[in-house]
Write a protein that binds this ligand. Sequence first.
Ligand code: PRP
Ligand code: ZN
Length: 283
Amino acid sequence: MLRIAVQSKGRLYEDTMALLSEADVKVSSARRTLLVRAKNFPVEILYLRDDDIPRTVADGVADIGVVGLNELEEQGAEADVVRRLGFGACRLSLAVPKEVDYTGVQWFEGRRIATSYPHILTRYLNEQGVNAEVHVITGSVEVSTSIGIADAIFDIVSSGSTLVSNNLKEVETVMESEAVMIGNPLMSGYKRSILDELLFRIEAVKSAEGKKYVLMNVPKDKVDDILAVLPGVKSPTVMPLADAAWCSVHTVLDEERFWEIIGQLKENGAQGILVVPIEKMII
Ligand code: PRP
Ligand code: ZN
């Protein structure tokens, strides 16, 4: 049994559970307990506060965990980053009141900065040669300046709306972060093999992200033109149709490039174009 530490609520919870579900690890959604066994895969989910996840994995109480890279960095816990997960993107930034005439990082000299990330902030200030007072606050850091307990804040910024609604502006980005899977470095071989299977499944899900399966009917004499338009596909499938003058072409397309390519396919005589979602892809 592999034990996975997952944030019990907050910004990573939904995406983490969605990823596990896409990897066909079925966990009951009625979450009444701290520890829940998956129905069809040898894992159990341990629900924790995000701040507790790095240490829990480092101590081996959980074998792996999903947490923001920022949280791992802040705690300097002895856990390996097993895989970046590509969701929960955010940054750790310094922000000052909107009306400040900000001239550069020296502005922070002698000022009070409120944060829940004192280690990352202190390291940054040292690198910049700035002496500032770091005030550790565990919640609602963004109100610190308006209530007068700090001159600036250092916090997570994602959409930026928290800063805007608190009359703050972002002036220095210190670290980019996203959700990562972390692992205990001393995991047993048995657990490692469950993790490998889980990673294989995650890989298949991630490979399919942003991809569509496209099928179309093409006049036989246009097949080469159509194949020339289709980008970066190793070898599209070309199949005969009942009408000998036509064939069917199947391929995988990046969703982003879809509309750009579809016009060229139509110009080259493609008809009956079908676009189908891809759930998993093993490359
Ligand atoms: C963070 C941060 C801000 C907000 C920024 O809090 O403290 O309040 O997100 O996001 P935005 O730029 O999209 O407005 P979070 O929701 O992660 O909760 P926490 O600080 O309690 O962990
Ligand atoms: Zn938190």
